[in-house]
Write a protein that binds this ligand. Structure first.
Ligand SMILES: NC(=O)c1ccc[n+]([C@@H]2O[C@H](COP(=O)([O-])OP(=O)(O)OC[C@H]3O[C@@H](n4cnc5c(N)ncnc54)[C@H](OP(=O)(O)O)[C@@H]3O)[C@@H](O)[C@H]2O)c1
Length: 303
């Protein structure tokens, strides 16, 4: 490609798809790094494709050479098949050093709200380490920290809807009163592209306009799909046991301990004025017909 394009990981996957669409709508040329170039629903995304791989460093550098901004969404949702958070941190280091060598002008790193190096949750500690790698890389950077991202192609909210549609009861860890602050994928893309244009290095949350309890979120999904089985309030360990049982049936990891504890620690709530504008309940009602009709499998998507 001629110089002056942007690189986005996972332009046919979830968050990268929103970012790629926004860049293309703004007239940018885009290359994506991905191992899934033919995902259904992404046929309109007209981008150059290169593999997302960490073994051939020279090829990785070449795929980034000439890029203006590198939007990095790479991460793994859970430990599986020999690939854990430590590997994802190491792979992030490879990506960043390749970006430096390729002379990329700026890196926009998609992290998560409330990462913490000292967290007992490897997910959040690992995310904090990836942020440090980005800040220490020597390249101009922005770190964008989304809370819970909603929009077409989402897995977590879609699967809440699927469970509400199919199960005789819906299990909620503990009391369900811990809060979340969902943000739309479009808003995340807007914040990421805005951050790319800022002169200063910065770290910003990407959070939506409303803070609601997890139970309210599940209730809103139930209203949208018009099915609300009785809620069963269980200790986290029993919630995970139930999720694993359903997971065996759908051959997926539905929910992890890291996710349940992160949720209950309210890590999906921002402490900054919200930058996102779209409300999750509006999106739920607009998507009611398709939401949760089919189970969305993380293992099918990435492993
Ligand atoms: N989804 C959310 O609600 C949410 C909330 C807060 C923060 N975030 C953060 O936002 C970023 C993007 O998340 P996302 O949910 O949108 O992810 P995603 O699009 O499903 O995946 C992001 C990228 O990582 C790659 N990837 C994911 N799992 C992989 C695996 N097991 N092995 C190899 N490559 C893998 C994907 O590869 P392919 O291109 O080959 O698919 C894609 O390029 C992550 O840093 C995540 O922690 C997400």
């Amino acid at each position: 490609m001629e110089p002056g394009f942007d690189v986005v990981t996972g332009a046919f996957s979830y968050t990268g798809r929103f970012i790629a669409r926004r860049l293309l709508a703004g007239g940018r040329r885009v290359r994506t790094l991905t191992n899934h170039p033919r995902r259904p629903g992404a046929e309109d995304i007209d981008v150059d494709v290169a593999p997302l791989q960490f073994a051939d460093r020279a090829a990785l550098v070449e795929s980034l050479r000439g890029a203006d901004v590198f939007y990095n969404t790479y991460w793994v949702r859970f430990r599986h098949g020999g690939l854990g958070f430590g590997d994802a941190v190491a792979n992030t280091r490879i990506l960043m050093s390749a970006a430096v060598e390729a002379g990329v002008r700026k890196v926009v790193h998609i992290s998560v709200s409330n990462p913490s190096r000292d967290s007992h949750l490897d997910f959040y500690a690992g995310k904090a380490r990836t942020e440090e790698i980005v800040r220490e890389s020597g390249v101009s950077w922005a770190v964008v920290r989304p809370t819970l991202i909603f929009g077409p192609g989402d897995i977590l909210i879609n699967n809440i809807a699927w469970l509400l549609r199919t199960m005789p009861v819906f299990v909620i860890p503990e009391h369900g009163l811990y809060r979340v602050q969902p943000v739309s994928g479009e808003d995340v893309a807007e914040i990421a592209t805005w951050a790319a244009g800022e002169a200063e290095n910065n770290t910003v949350d990407a959070a939506g306009p409303e803070i609601i309890s997890y139970m309210e979120l599940v209730d809103s999904v139930a209203v949208a799909v018009r099915r609300r089985p009785p809620f069963l309030y269980l200790p986290p360990a029993l919630t995970l046991f139930a999720a694993n049982a359903v997971g065996m049936f759908v051959r997926d990891v539905i929910l992890t301990r890291q996710e349940v504890e992160g949720l209950m620690e309210e890590r999906l709530v921002s402490h900054e004025p919200p930058r996102g504008k779209q409300r999750v309940d509006d999106w739920l009602l607009r998507s009611a017909d398709s939401l949760g009709r089919r189970y969305a499998s993380e293992l099918n998507r990435h492993w």
